[in-house]
Design a protein around this ligand. Sequence first.
Ligand code: DC
Length: 233
Amino acid sequence: MTEHRTSSLIIAIDGPAAAGKGTLARRIAQDYHFAYLDTGSLYRGVAWCLLSRGVDPENKQQAEECARNFCLDDIEGADIRTRTVGAAASIVAANDGVRAALLDFQRNFAQHPPQNASLRRASASSNMPVKGVVLDGRDIGTVVCPEAPLKLFVTASARTRAHRRWLELVSHNPSLKESDIFADIEARDARDAGRASAPLTQAEDAHLIDTTHLSIDAAFAAVQPLIDALMMR
Ligand code: DC
């Protein structure tokens, strides 16, 4: 097993699709000058690589090979936020070989956060050294960084999450129905939480943040004292 040793503070954020974890993670990264990794973009990237080559995301062997050779630069500028890529990402994420291939990349990022990567990967933009790292995904607190001193499980009702995701996507596709997005969210929740390998689950020591009725400012205010306490150690 990989040794978990790091000199920087790790914040692990998990939760279902469209719960607000990415927005919260970016806010933490910006305000505390932490590096940031959106681990969903890795699974989306693998899915995008397969789809762009006309390969079925259910093709386990090709998906694993794609994950083994994956590099974030490959998807620079690619539109990985679409509904199709999201659904395919959830399929490749249930593939053990893909998860194993992406695990070392994520642990390495957590242990040696880059000092000046682009915002998708890190928020560090000034010359100041990063003070920590925040990763968001589904299994960060349970599998990728179980040693993280601060774990957050960010969730919201499926209706609220579907509404948020629909608002994000409808400007590009005005005919999109909110009911279809709700169905997508329910299918992804079932696949992400029901898979055998590293399913979405709240770590026992994670703090629960329900954003159904919380603004990003309110969610950030709720976690600030937890981060401040760790920074003072
Ligand atoms: O957070 P997102 O919607 O960008 O994630 C896309 C898919 O990737 C999601 O359906 C589940 C998967 N994923 C995962 O299994 N483990 C992670 N750490 C991050 C994402």
